[in-house]
Design a protein. Structure first.
Lengths: 147, 170
């Protein structure tokens, strides 16, 4: 149990540090490209930025995040045998990619959205067919002489 | 390969479910559906854990959560895919008819699947929502389209009934 707790703790630490690294680097490059550092991390109508509005440095911000997301996925796959490290990097890739997608999704062409969802559906069906079949019930052992 | 599959499964599922929530959040009133879906998922997982016989262990709960994440993701993606295809094709009649056939095809497929409850449930829920959505789109195309849609639905229902209930009729 203590070992499990240590693994979870390290996984969370790796997750937090990797997310922090990605965002700090992205903000740095945004600032270098003429943007206002930190203001655009959570753009949206509620923060006063209409979707689709391009602000200085924002492209550098998203490109950096996407690069980090891809790198974290690669690292997560490469160290797949070390679960805490791998899962920490993969979940931080999730955060980064979902944030990027949430901001850009509304500006995507409907054809691209269809393609994205179609690809995800194929992946889900494949996963469901290969890994989520019904569990076969284990037959009760029959003991001779007992009814 | 197995450690890789184990490691990738959960982050991928979270990524996919995140895309579902983002896509649903984009659709006007449907953004209100996001939180009920999450709450329903939690009820399903923890409610089933309480009802199951014996002490449910963490592995069973995780397995249930994983299954229902996949079911809800597929069920949400199917009508979303139809919506985007309709928007992309500017609501062409061909795409509407294809969508109707796809919706019915999915629900029929669900009835004949064996040994995979996840795909069965996903197809039933997703196919059902897709059919309802397509019928709403057809409503705006006039009387002829409505008649055709009703006729198609009736033919499919009767055919399935005959196939599935044949033993009980004779």
């Amino acid at each position: 149990m203590k070992n499990q707790g240590t693994k979870v703790a390290f996984g969370i630490i790796i997750f937090l540090f990797s997310v922090a690294l990605a965002y700090f680097t992205a903000w740095y490059f945004e600032g270098q490209s003429g943007g206002t550092v930190g203001r655009h991390a959570f753009r949206g109508p509620f923060m006063g930025y209409p979707y689709g509005q391009n602000t200085p440095g924002i492209e550098a911000f998203w490109i950096t995040l996407l690069i980090f997301g891809g790198a974290y996925i690669l690292i997560g796959i490469l160290v797949a045998r070390i679960f805490p490290v791998s899962l920490g990097f993969l979940f931080s890739a999730d955060v980064v990619l979902l944030h990027a997608l949430n901001d850009q999704y509304h500006g995507l062409n409907n054809g691209i959205k269809s393609l994205l969802i179609f690809v995800l559906l194929i992946a889900l069906y494949t996963f469901a067919y290969l890994k989520l079949k019904n569990k076969e019930s284990v037959p009760r052992p029959v003991i001779p002489g007992q009814s | 390969m197995e450690p890789l599959t184990l490691v990738l499964a959960w982050p991928l599922l979270f990524l996919v479910f995140g895309v579902v929530l983002i896509a649903l959040g984009e659709i006007g009133f449907m953004s209100f559906m996001v939180w009920p879906i999450i709450i329903v998922l939690l009820f399903i997982v923890f409610g089933r854990a309480r009802k199951s016989s014996g002490a449910p262990n963490d592995i069973d709960k995780l397995e249930d959560t994983r299954r229902w994440l996949v079911v809800l993701s597929i069920a949400a993606f199917l009508p979303l895919l139809m919506r985007y295809l309709l928007l992309f094709s500017q609501k062409s009649l061909t795409v509407i008819i294809a969508g109707l056939l796809a919706g019915f095809g999915l629900t029929i497929w669900a009835m004949f699947i064996k040994n995979n409850q996840v795909v069965t449930r996903a197809n039933l829920i997703g196919g059902g929502i897709t059919i309802v959505y397509i019928y709403f789109q057809l409503w705006n195309l006039g009387q002829g389209a409505r008649i055709i849609a009703a006729a198609v639905g009736l033919i499919v229902a009767v055919t399935i009934s005959i196939i599935k209930l044949r033993d009980r009729l004779t």
